[in-house]
Design a binder for this molecule. Structure first.
Ligand SMILES: Nc1ncnc2c1ncn2[C@@H]1O[C@H](C[S@+](CC[C@H]([NH3+])C(=O)[O-])CC(=O)[O-])[C@@H](O)[C@H]1O
Ligand SMILES: O=C(O)C(=O)Cc1ccccc1
Length: 242
């Protein structure tokens, strides 16, 4: 059984910014499952998309891989020969645990896990790039630069899978979708205090874009076939094909 997330359960006097430290890594599977609507479905579908898009001898990137859920889903599905999956995360606690998960099984598809900032990682010969709830933690300028680098490193016909929390220009819609997300968290056992303290801790570090901003930015960079393939409340996932 994975450890239960009770990080924000007791009142925190000096609430700092949310970080992916040891405590978060320890409870991460429980936290993400109870916090992100559709997370398991998205992880499964990333495997299915990787199976379709991974090509022989290419690289597959999982940027902000945390404990490697998307990496492992892709490794299970990929049939192409001589692919390498490269998972990258800058949290030492996440990377340490991710390596344990990856090394628990052998597979034909090689997996390398790197402790690094995704802004510094070289992207080349890529058939699939995954940003599963990672882009939202970068500044707007860094989001643009990273997506340009991904576009340049993708092979023609390669796919970017981009999952994010969204905001909505219409204030009524935005508030309703945030409320529904909070209902989802309540239904998964989070208290009002946990919901409000986590919300405050995330305020400075995670600034969601709208679906329109994402689509426009991807099209401007040169991606074709940009589409939202999943949405539940204010969370969703897009693909963009080069
Ligand atoms: N600049 C950066 N460089 C490298 N890693 C970073 C950076 N900024 C944030 N991260 C890492 O991005 C991950 C975001 S979690 C991804 C879930 C995973 N994709 C999953 O499919 O389970 C999403 C969430 O918790 O909402 C964390 O592990 C950070 O350390
Ligand atoms: O919990 C939330 O409110 C979220 O927005 C999702 C999330 C999940 C895990 C770490 C950070 C944010």
């Amino acid at each position: 059984m994975a450890n239960r997330d009770n990080i924000f359960a007791a009142p925190i006097e000096k609430l700092g910014d949310f970080t992916f430290d040891e405590n978060v890594a320890e409870v991460f599977p429980d936290m993400i499952q109870r916090s992100v609507p559709g997370y398991s479905n998205i992880i499964s579908a990333i495997g299915m998309l990787a199976e379709r898009f991974a090509t022989d001898g290419s690289r597959v990137y999982d940027l902000g891989c945390s404990l490697g859920a998307a990496t492992l889903s892709m490794r299970r599905h990929i049939k192409a020969q001589n692919c390498t999956i490269i998972g990258v995360d800058n949290s030492p606690a996440m990377v340490e645990r991710c390596k344990l998960h990856v090394n628990a099984y052998r597979s034909d598809t090689d997996v390398q896990i790197l402790e690094d900032d995704i802004r510094n990682v070289d992207i080349q010969n890529a058939s699939v790039v995954v940003l599963n709830f990672t882009l939202q933690f970068l500044t707007p300028e860094d989001r643009q630069a990273l997506l340009e680098k991904i576009f340049a490193g993708l092979k023609p016909g390669g796919i970017l899978i981009l999952s994010e929390k969204y905001n909505f220009a219409d204030e009524t819609a935005n508030e309703l979708l945030i409320d529904l997300h909070h209902d989802f968290k309540r239904a998964n056992g989070y208290s009002e205090l946990e919901i409000s303290q986590k919300r405050s801790a995330l305020e400075n570090v995670m600034k969601p874009d709208s679906i329109d901003t994402h689509k426009q930015r991807l099209s401007d960079i040169g991606f074709s076939s940009v589409a939202v393939w999943f949405q539940c409340f204010n969370f969703g996932s897009m693909f963009a094909i080069k």
